[in-house]
Design a protein around this ligand. Structure first.
Ligand SMILES: Nc1nc2c(ncn2[C@@H]2O[C@H](COP(=O)(O)OP(=O)(O)OP(=O)(O)O)[C@@H](O)[C@H]2O)c(=O)[nH]1
Ligand SMILES: [Mg+2]
Length: 224
């Protein structure tokens, strides 16, 4: 519990045994529930996560969005916090993020990786891709969003009932923000966090996912 709010942390993992161990060891004690959604990892992700106290859910169909939707169905907390299983997002900043969420009086808070403080955390090409996709989202949806691709968010679980989440892949990250910011009942905010280099191998297919995410933005904007 954090200030009377129960907290669920959801972490999608595909072969992240190194990262998930570091994250779970640093998980703050006020977190009530940690859900790791594993899509048939071939390393020790599930075992490590279960040993360190997480609730491990196996989802048979692969995909970043798919695993989040599965995790949301299991979550019971008032607030849901998300992050990658690669230890690139600051698990030690959970109280900072939840404080900001409560102070800003929002329903969805996006953790922006910008400005980049650790140059090793993001390659130049990833940086450009993130900036282009964030600018595209800002223009298409008439709202300034600094980091449309961030994987760390805090939101009220109750707002999920207002959202129509369709993406099963990496574009899920931008879809949930779009669903939040274009619904007048959902107050959207953003705050900067410290982002660092990931542990383990990337699961991002840079060009394929980058263009797919751009196409997804356009589709979401013009095809209801
Ligand atoms: N369950 C599940 N998790 C996935 C899948 N694809 C990616 N992930 C996880 O989703 C998170 C985001 O993937 P990353 O590879 O970190 O993508 P990224 O953050 O854009 O790229 P990096 O900058 O290299 O970290 C990580 O925790 C992955 O393990 C999937 O198909 N299923
Ligand atoms: Mg990552």
């Amino acid at each position: 519990m954090y200030k009377n709010q129960s907290i669920t942390v959801i972490i999608p993992c595909l072969n992240e045994e190194q990262g998930i161990e570091q994250i779970l060891r640093a998980m703050p004690v006020f977190v009530d529930e940690v859900i790791v959604v594993d899509n048939a990892s071939t390393d020790g992700t599930s075992e490590v996560a279960a040993r360190l106290g997480a609730k491990v859910i196996r989802e048979d169909v692969r995909g970043y969005g798919r695993s989040y939707k599965r995790g949301f169905r299991e979550a019971i907390g008032d607030l849901i916090v998300t992050l990658d299983g690669d230890h690139s997002y600051p698990v030690d900043a959970l109280s900072y993020l939840i404080e900001a969420f409560l102070h800003f009086d929002v329903d969805f808070l996006n953790a922006s990786r910008f400005p980049v403080r650790d140059a090793r955390s993001m390659s130049f090409i990833n940086l450009i891709g993130n900036l282009v996709l964030s600018l595209a989202m800002s223009i298409l949806f008439f709202r300034w969003v600094r980091d449309s691709q961030s994987g760390m968010w805090v939101f009220r679980r109750a707002i999920l009932e207002h959202m129509k989440l369709e993406s099963d892949g990496m574009s899920f990250s931008e879809e949930i923000k779009i669903e939040a910011l274009r619904d007048s009942r959902i107050r959207f905010g953003e705050i900067s966090i410290m982002y660092t280099s990931r542990l383990g191998e990337t699961k991002l297919h840079l060009w394929r996912d980058g263009f797919a995410n751009l196409a997804f933005l356009v589709k979401k904007r013009f095809w209801r």
